[in-house]
Design a protein around this ligand. Structure first.
Ligand code: FE
Length: 220
């Protein structure tokens, strides 16, 4: 993983909505390149296969959007926590036990009925790993990175999110120094839900800002 900017390690995707836009042949070629790279790194003694497996497993099972969802749900039920989250996100997120690599300097921005926030890394793929896991392919695509800045409403519309003109859209550019997460609006009709039930509603896309949180029965 490269957290530096400007190294040209991106792949352009034809459509920012498409999670997996590689053909089977491209995927095969990519896997071959990764394996070749891994073989060289292992042979030179830079990494061990066990370490790589442990890292992959960590991000598959223990680190992901479920962490961010817990942060969001806590903020929804605990106004004092929400205040701390908006004031010093890194510390408030650490209160729930999340932090570390690529999450050292976090900022959380709050969606309201009048303001909608969306996060991008225009230069590469900076993303808050401890709360959201690894970024989706579209987040790293040149199409998303360039277009969300120029035409955020248009890009959000492609994700199925139509925002009224009265809502201000703010685009936040994550970097190696500062990573953003969106605190989505708590949906109506969730007043009786427990914190765990609320967390189960929160999606990765809502915390990037390309979707809203819906109650499950409302989902397509
Ligand atoms: Fe970046």
């Amino acid at each position: 993983m490269n957290s530096e900017h400007g190294h040209g390690h991106h792949r352009a995707g034809p459509d920012p909505r498409t999670e997996s836009h590689l053909t089977p042949e491209q995927t095969q070629a990519l896997e071959a390149r990764v394996q070749a790279l891994e073989a060289v790194l292992v042979a030179k003694g830079f990494v061990s296969p066990a370490t790589l497996d442990a890292l992959a497993s960590l991000y598959e099972h223990d680190i992901g959007p479920m962490n961010g969802a817990k942060v969001v749900a806590r903020a929804w039920v605990d106004p004092a926590y929400k205040q701390r989250l908006l004031t010093d996100a890194t510390a408030a997120i650490a209160e729930l036990g999340f932090g570390g690599l690529q999450g050292e300097h976090m900022v959380v921005v709050e969606n309201t009925p009048t303001v909608h926030n969306v996060v991008v890394c225009t230069l590469c793929s900076c993303y808050p790993w401890p709360v959201l896991g690894l970024p989706p392919t579209w987040y790293k695509s040149a199409a998303y990175r360039s277009r969300v800045v120029i035409d955020p409403r248009g890009v959000l519309r492609e994700f199925g999110l139509e925002l009224p003109e009265s809502v201000e859209v703010r685009v936040w550019d994550s970097s190696a120094e500062l990573r953003y997460m969106v605190l989505p609006e708590r949906p109506a009709g969730t007043e009786g839900m427990s914190e765990a039930e609320l967390a189960a509603l929160v999606t990765r896309d809502a915390m990037i800002g390309v979707a809203k949180v819906c109650v499950k029965s409302d989902r397509a």
